[in-house]
Design a binder for this molecule. Structure first.
Ligand SMILES: Nc1ncnc2c1ncn2[C@@H]1O[C@H](COP(=O)(O)OP(=O)(O)OP(=O)(O)O)[C@@H](O)[C@H]1O
Ligand SMILES: [Mg+2]
Length: 261
């Protein structure tokens, strides 16, 4: 069990009680008393294996929420408890080392995590195949398209075999077709690897397509405006987007987002 900030072991166990991630009364202020209040009164429990998407206006604290979950920032008050220290973090930009070939970029996280060489190589090859880049393992990032670079980033996180995947608008910079493909790929990986996911996005339809619950946040200081269940079974196919249940949820969440802003 990994704990952050204001909780001790016993408190964390109570907080988590079967949850993978638990935010309890979390506030985050940057830069002292007169600083920016980024998040306030956030309560959110994420069950093991759940896929939770977060939408909200720019600057409402979505990235901050993710950074708190990863333990990259301390909370100002309240508590965050996370049951695992096996965390994959995917940033909005692919953040690859330009001088390392695809294979060596994918290997980086496992290398830094101290995974032994043989296990690492094994996992890296599997992750590269999983994201469909087997033919590009010896290319440099500059020889790839934006979508392929993002897939390298995904493979790098996967090679850690994380229990918890934190994704910060990973597909924001992709064209529409590539984005739809990446969403399907991510759902395949989710099915095959059984991780818990917390996924930030500005796209309501992306949130509905991927998630089992969508958290709508309100403008700064960010708080949770509403949490909406996405009662659509997995596996999900592209055609789901044309179904009334899907479009209904998209309008419902878009309305909620408008209220929240
Ligand atoms: N390290 C920091 N120091 C000071 N202020 C910060 C820091 N990080 C974030 N903030 C502030 O906290 C607020 C929330 O930022 P955050 O990046 O979490 O928003 P966001 O919802 O991810 O926005 P976007 O949708 O544009 O990515 C913003 O007002 C931002 O200026
Ligand atoms: Mg952000």
């Amino acid at each position: 069990m990994t704990l952050y900030d204001t909780v001790n072991d016993a408190d964390a166990r109570t907080l988590l009680s079967g949850m993978e991630v638990s935010f309890a009364g979390v506030s985050k202020r940057f830069g002292g008393e007169a600083g920016t209040l980024a998040l306030t009164d956030v309560d959110l429990d994420i069950r093991e294996g759940e896929f939770v998407a977060v939408v909200g206006p720019s600057g409402c604290g979505k990235s901050t929420l993710l950074r708190l979950a990863a333990g990259l920032e301390p909370v100002s008050s309240g508590a965050v408890a996370v049951r695992t220290n096996s965390i994959g973090f995917i940033f909005q930009e692919a953040t690859l080392l330009p001088w390392r070939k695809v294979r060596r970029n994918v290997e980086l996280s496992a290398e830094l995590a101290g995974v032994d060489r043989r296990t690492r190589r094994d996992r890296v090859e599997r992750a590269i195949r999983a994201v469909g880049l087997a033919d590009f393992a010896n290319k440099l990032p500059s020889q790839l398209s934006g979508g392929m670079r993002m897939r390298v980033s995904l493979a790098r996180a996967l090679s850690l075999q994380p229990r918890l995947m934190l994704l910060d608008e990973p597909f924001g910079a992709l064209d529409e077709m590539t984005r739809l493909n990446m969403q399907e790929e991510l759902l395949r990986l989710y099915r095959d690897n059984a991780f818990t996911a917390l996924f930030i996005t500005h796209s309501v339809s992306e949130a509905v397509f991927l998630a089992s619950r969508v958290v709508v946040m309100s403008a700064r200081p960010g708080r949770i405006h509403e949490v909406i269940d996405v009662d659509l079974p997995y596996p999900r196919e592209r055609e789901l987007r044309f179904e009334p249940a899907f479009t209904h949820l998209v309008s419902r969440i878009s309305r909620s987002l408008k209220e929240a802003a």
